[in-house]
Write a protein that binds this ligand. Structure first.
Ligand SMILES: Cc1ncc(COP(=O)(O)O)c(C=O)c1O
Length: 481
């Protein structure tokens, strides 16, 4: 049997040496510090980062597992939730917890709904949640883990939830409705007012996914942007998730899940009272919780405050408006729908957007490639004020460069169709096998062919196999080159 690639270290290593190792490894990472990434990272600037880090460091080694051991952390968590409740028009009854991220907040909202239904609607044996197709896959993860069914409903032509379709989908086993404020892919806001009213009328719970919008919408509203109601100001809203580690500008590993009342939240907690180690009660999914993240979430709200968030939201919207104007002046590109805030996606009827993506990548820009329809997605934040003009110039140049590649695009289409056919006869659809099978353009520099193929294979078992192989490979240690 071959041994694992990495031996267990014999002795300790100096941090400076480790930093050297990391420096080399990080060369391949996105250069977000230079504002080159339009996803994943939200950065409030050096001064604010420094202040938030100080509080993180103060709790670096602390655990939020046992609130009686660190009552100060429990207090910081409760205060964070209370500040969020104020921001989202809650009452003194509004309660919740700090979690590790949007996915955990959503998992908890689904668990709470499931367990609340078990108690209040015991006749429901196979509960389901009705949500628009645009809802974040974190919900599907939650449904999978918690064995809750779901009914994903079609969207309106503007990519918002079709509330009439949601109403039609509700059946005797439905326990909750979901709306996004806004949904990630196209930055489009669902009609939360209508979804919440429908939930109330049908005696269902209503979760608002404000993971990405929670710490932008209240501030751009104050700046005069049109923001429809989405929070506890609406009577039917029973829970809301908002990520502190996105536009809250807290470090990664912090989100808030809020409920309209304490009775509901009690169904979020997990108890086991018969363990020989003692009575075990845990508010969220993880056991031990990083004290630093909880404290830093509290600190971000305190350090930045309404004024700071308004300032950063204003800068972010200036960048967004500027880039949107530039995109709308490029005839080959069409902005998808009307984003409510700072996430913009565009498609093209004239050029291959995945080829455009490759060109932009070559110039050091990082963003998301989307499917259904093929489009590119950009999330803007405060860090981008310094790069907007350079990005616009590059975008224009890259569109020009791709225009000349139309013939090649045709080739890729043929290739995609060929691979689609080929995938049906491959025993195991691995990316490597696709590569060997002749999709010669799959490499880090030119991914257009690969994304074209993935679009063609969307929803198939073959694509699932490819992605599983990819994940398995990327989380496996490789020998040092
Ligand atoms: C609308 C929405 N919901 C949920 C999530 C999941 O959040 P996380 O990646 O923090 O788990 C995201 C992430 O982008 C999101 O945009």
């Amino acid at each position: 049997m071959e041994k694992p690639v990495c031996p267990f270290p014999d002795k300790g290593t100096l941090a400076d040496d480790l930093l050297e190792t990391i420096r080399a490894k990080r060369q391949r990472d996105i250069q977000w510090q230079a504002g080159r990434s339009f996803c994943l990272i939200y950065y409030p600037g050096e001064e604010r980062e420094h202040a938030i880090k100080k509080i993180f460091d103060a709790y670096y080694a602390d655990s939020g597992l046992n609130p009686t051991a660190t009552p100060s952390l429990a207090e910081l968590e409760a205060e964070t939730v209370s500040m969020c409740a104020s921001l989202f028009n809650g009452t003194a009854e509004t309660c919740g917890n700090v979690t590790t991220g949007g996915t955990e907040s959503i998992l908890l909202a689904v668990k709470t709904a499931r367990d609340y239904a078990r108690k209040t609607k015991p006749h429901i044996k196979k509960p389901n949640v009705v949500l628009p197709q645009s809802a974040h896959p974190a919900f599907m993860k939650a449904f999978h883990f918690l064995e809750v069914d779901f009914i994903a409903t079609p969207l309106n032509s503007d990519y918002s939830a079709d509330v009439a379709a949601m109403e039609k989908a509700i059946n005797e086993n439905t326990i909750m409705l979901v709306g996004s404020a806004p949904a990630y892919a196209h930055g489009v806001m669902d009609n939360i007012e209508a979804i919440a009213a429908l939930a109330k009328r049908k005696n269902l719970l209503c979760h608002v996914d404000a993971c990405i919008g929670g710490f932008m919408l209240p501030f751009i509203k104050q700046l005069g942007y049109a923001v429809p109601p989405f929070d506890f100001s609406l009577e039917g809203v029973t829970s809301l998730s908002a990520d502190l580690h996105k536009y809250g500008y807290a470090p990664k590993g912090s989100s808030a899940i809020l409920y309209s009342n304490h009775e509901l939240r009690k169904h979020q907690f997990t108890l086991y009272t018969k363990w020989n180690g003692g009575v075990y009660g845990s508010p969220t999914i993880t056991g031990t919780r990083n004290g630093g993240c909880i404290a830093a979430a509290w600190a971000a709200l305190k350090v930045i405050g309404n004024e700071g968030y308004m300032e950063m939201a204003a800068v972010t919207m200036q960048v967004t408006d500027k880039v949107m104007k530039a995109i709308s002046e490029i005839p080959e590109l069409q902005i998808i729908s009307r984003p409510v805030m700072s996430m913009v996606s565009f498609q093209s009827h004239a050029i291959d957007v995945y080829m455009l993506a490759d060109e932009l990548n070559k110039r050091g820009w990082h963003f998301e490639r989307q499917q259904l329809p093929p489009s590119l997605h950009f999330t803007f934040n405060y860090i981008h004020h310094a790069v907007a003009d350079e990005f616009i110039a590059d975008l224009k140049a890259c569109v020009e460069a791709v225009k000349d590649k139309r013939l090649k695009q045709l080739g890729n289409k043929v290739q995609t169709a060929a691979v689609k056919g080929l995938s049906k006869i491959l025993p195991a659809g691995t990316l490597a096998k696709f590569n060997k099978a002749g999709a010669e353009e799959i490499d880090n520099e030119n991914k257009a062919a690969m994304y074209g193929m993935m679009g063609a294979l969307s929803g198939t078992d073959d694509l699932e196999k490819i992605v599983l192989d990819f994940l398995d490979n990327i989380y496996t240690a490789k020998p040092n080159k």
